[in-house]
Design a protein around this ligand. Structure first.
Ligand code: MIG
Length: 801
């Protein structure tokens, strides 16, 4: 056993030798002679859970992070005992547990190569102050190993060499490397020797991660309390690691309504009503597509949740209806702090029913937020969540609000040094009473969960839409998210890019930044560049603080307005493509954004790339991150790509210069892709159209793409009323075949596809659709030829020379 005396001197304790092991269906218990128990559960062939007790007894097994819907069930557990260790084998993994030290190592079951091994492994320190242990794990870090994920950390995509803390924190105007900020997502993926694995440390206490920062060849993670309880998730492909983690912690319960993937405009704050109307009218007048308008805290009466300031909003129901008639969905903010006011029914009811959080010795947890002194519901109690859900009835069912935005749920408290609750505050934690040390990181997620259930109930038969600031692993089941209070600087544009990619790699794809920056005001150029990036994030919203001036698309002059319109229109054209990516996300856990390392891990040149990413399956995007740019150098991943603007062919696996004046940005399409596009609309559902476009990019060889469609709202898709079209492109020297296979019973309104062919290397001489020769206009050049076909075609065959 490697016992480090220096560590011992610091009060660390270590497991001693295994004296006993037991086995049931999918779980093993190894007990040491100092009462440490290691529980190993094979969750699936590529997922193993490791859980340690230092007392011989485990806590009740409860997790907010892991969903009951996760795929589980491993029926055949193979264990063997060797002289020095035990061996557990699945079809994907071999796990060794050392008898003398309880150290674990994991190997690929096929090539038998090492994936990951404990350095010291599990050790702990007893906590005199709080009881229990500070639980620690250290693992060997390989020389070329890299690390990704961990939620919203505002750092480069690869985290090697850095150390982080997870403690949800209100971080106004955070900066590059600020840590921690709003979220606590204790999951990372690593890659070494072309093998990717992930570790989900399911512990809601304050957790720490060190990626070869303190010691070059060691990676470690530890928590201030609770159990050492982690899931080891093996790929070997990173995309599968992320998909498996997303399965474990949950995919979004419902597809978003399609409008939620449109463009959103927000401000702290638009009021009174006339101001809101002026904003929405300007969008329509200037023909900038927009689907959602937000009301920040000033719509309320003295910041009391679930009330309206009747002076500024005399008739909210009428206003919301009128906005909706113009295509605008109203989203309102709801904070956790409930104003102490006995005349206020929400406060009174929660007080009477004993729903507020209390301090250790009984007084209420009192804290100052926007409404002044507040109490805070204990969202970790099922009964409180149920009550909270019910509060949305009037707002959603009666007034017609379509989405709710949960802010300040870290939880944030003003004018106190730690910006949150003190440690001693008590929480129910779903029947596992505990202090705030354990509940802090989950508080925001449980609030968003309760909000989600309220919206789901009262918006029915429409889909709910929720957005949250704080989140723990699993929050993606209920809500979308934004990154909090960023700043209108070029550096923050890069941070937003990294954060959105990082969140997607952390199982949370429905995320975006405050476009343009929340604090301070951007120059028009920065705003335009930020819009260009933002339209490629799943959640696309402009938001800013009123203290720093206006931030609507038209306040920077007509040049910028035109650029914003151009890119928002691209977003609206790509809605069916994004919706399909979302469908894959909720079905297979596929991240909607893919950092290059996740896209092509085999190419080590991608391991340290942060700027470029793949949007969906086949669009490569790279934002312009510097002022006065005429273009930039960027890495094109391996394969052949088409410049979106010019159709110019680029061979990847290298860096290239790409032109991008202010009205452009580097966008590339993968060869062989079929990209579905809607006509431009000012909002989702504005137009009925009878055809949509399919952009087909020639490839010599084969490639598949998909198009998902359904009613764009409601739940019929869960009953099979959707369509999933798979397009297969097969390109040969003088031929191109486009085959379609359709699944599902949904019939879209449009009847035709307008198929546009890009970069055919031949001149079309004849065309067959489902084996019938059709007449087409052959006079054009080889590029950009298009054909309109019935959407139910099964095979389209182009012949040429
Ligand atoms: O203390 O509601 O991050 O988006 O506009 C500030 C006002 C409270 C912080 C949020 C921001 C929101 C603002 N809120």
């Amino acid at each position: 056993m490697i016992v480090n005396t220096e560590l011992e001197q610091k009060g660390n304790l270590f497991p001693s030798k295994i004296i006993k092991y037991t086995k049931d269906v999918d779980t093993l218990h190894f007990t040491t002679d100092n009462n440490v128990v290691l529980q190993v559960t094979v969750v699936r062939d590529s997922v193993i859970r490791f859980r340690y007790s230092t007392t011989g007894k485990f806590e009740k097994d409860f997790s907010y992070g892991v969903t009951v819907h996760a795929s589980r069930g491993y029926s055949f557990l193979k264990v063997s005992e060797e002289k020095t260790h035990y061996i557990i084998t699945t079809s994907k993994l071999i796990c060794k547990v050392e008898k003398l030290s309880l150290q674990v190592s994991l190997y690929d079951a096929i090539d038998l190569k090492l994936i990951n091994e404990d350095e010291i492994g599990f050790h702990w320190e007893e906590s005199y102050e709080y009881g229990g242990d500070i639980v620690k794990m250290s693992k060997a870090c390989q020389k070329a190993e890299s690390f990704y994920g961990l939620g919203d950390k505002p750092v480069e995509v690869n985290m090697k060499g850095k150390r982080f803390e997870n403690w949800a924190t209100d971080s106004y105007a955070f900066g590059k490397n600020t840590d921690p900020i709003y979220k606590a997502i204790p999951f990372y993926t690593a890659i070494q020797d072309n093998k990717s694995y992930g570790i989900f440390f399911d512990n809601t206490f304050k957790t720490h991660f060190d990626f070869a920062h303190e010691r070059r060849n060691v990676t470690s993670f530890w928590a201030q309390g609770g159990e050492m309880n982690y899931y080891f998730i093996y790929g070997p492909k990173m995309e599968d690691v992320v998909a498996n983690y997303t399965d474990l912690t949950g995919k979004p319960h419902t597809l978003p309504p399609l409008w939620a993937l449109g463009f959103h405009q927000c401000k702290w704050s638009y009021y009174p009503e006339s101001n809101v109307k002026e904003i929405t009218k300007t969008f329509r007048d200037l023909k900038i597509p927009c689907d959602a308008i937000y009301l920040d805290i000033d719509y309320m009466d003295g910041f009391r949740c679930f009330t309206w300031d009747k002076k500024h909003f005399p008739d909210p129901k009428r206003m919301v209806r009128e906005l909706e008639e113009d295509g605008f969905k109203t989203v309102v903010i709801i904070d956790p702090g409930i104003k102490i006011d006995l005349e206020y029914d929400v406060f009174k009811e929660a007080l009477d029913k004993d729903y507020f959080c209390k301090r250790a010795d009984g007084p209420y947890m009192k804290g100052k937020v926007w409404p002044g002194e507040c109490y805070f519901p204990d969202f970790t109690k099922p009964e409180v969540r149920e009550w909270w859900s019910g509060l949305f009835q009037e707002l959603i069912e009666d007034i017609g609000v379509k989405g709710v935005w949960n802010d300040m749920n870290e939880p944030a408290v003003m004018d106190v040094p730690n910006k949150s609750f003190p440690d001693d505050v008590r929480h129910d934690y779903d029947g596992n009473p505990c202090s705030h040390r354990k509940a802090h990181n989950i508080y925001g997620t449980q609030m968003a969960r309760a909000t989600y259930h309220g919206l789901k109930k009262y918006a029915y038969p429409k889909r709910p839409f929720v957005i949250t600031r704080s989140a723990y692993s699993g929050a993606q089941r209920y809500t979308s998210t934004w990154m909090g209070d960023n700043v209108a600087t070029w550096e923050h544009l890069a941070i937003a890019n990294n954060q959105a990619q990082r969140m997607a790699m952390s199982g949370f794809s429905f995320a975006g930044s405050d476009i343009g920056g929340f604090a301070e005001q951007p120059q028009g150029e920065l705003f335009a560049r930020w819009i260009q990036l933002g339209v490629f994030h799943a959640f696309c919203r402009v938001h800013s603080s009123g203290d720093h001036g206006d931030q609507e698309p038209w306040v920077f002059g007509t040049e910028i307005t035109d650029i914003v319109r151009k890119f928002v229109e691209i977003r609206y054209q790509l809605l069916p493509y994004l919706y399909t990516a979302f469908w894959n996300h909720i079905n297979h856990g596929t991240p909607i954004l893919k950092s290059l390392v996740l896209y092509d891990q085999e190419d080590v040149a991608t391991h340290y790339r942060s700027d470029e990413f793949i949007f969906g399956d086949s669009i490569l995007v790279c934002p312009i991150l510097e002022p006065n740019s005429k273009g930039r150098r960027m890495y094109i991943p391996r394969g052949t790509w088409y410049n979106f603007w010019t159709d110019e062919v680029v061979e990847g696996g290298r860096e290239v210069w790409v032109d991008a004046d202010l009205d452009s940005m580097p966008i590339f399409i993968k060869e062989g892709a079929v990209i579905p596009k809607y006509p431009v609309q000012q909002y989702v559902g504005e137009k009925k159209f009878d055809e949509i476009t399919l952009d087909v990019y020639y490839k010599e060889g084969k490639e598949k793409s998909q198009l998902f469609d359904d009613a764009h709202d409601g739940y019929d898709y869960k009953k099979g009323r959707y369509s999933l079209r798979t397009f297969k492109v097969t390109g040969k020297k003088n031929e191109l075949i486009l085959q379609q296979h359709k699944q599902g019973k949904f019939d879209a309104e449009y009847t035709n596809f307008n198929i546009v062919f890009h970069n055919l290397p031949f001149k079309i001489t004849s065309v067959q659709i489902d084996n019938v020769v059709v007449e087409v206009n052959k006079s054009n050049t080889t590029q950009f030829q298009s054909i309109t076909v019935d959407k139910e075609f099964t095979e389209l065959h182009l012949f040429g020379k």
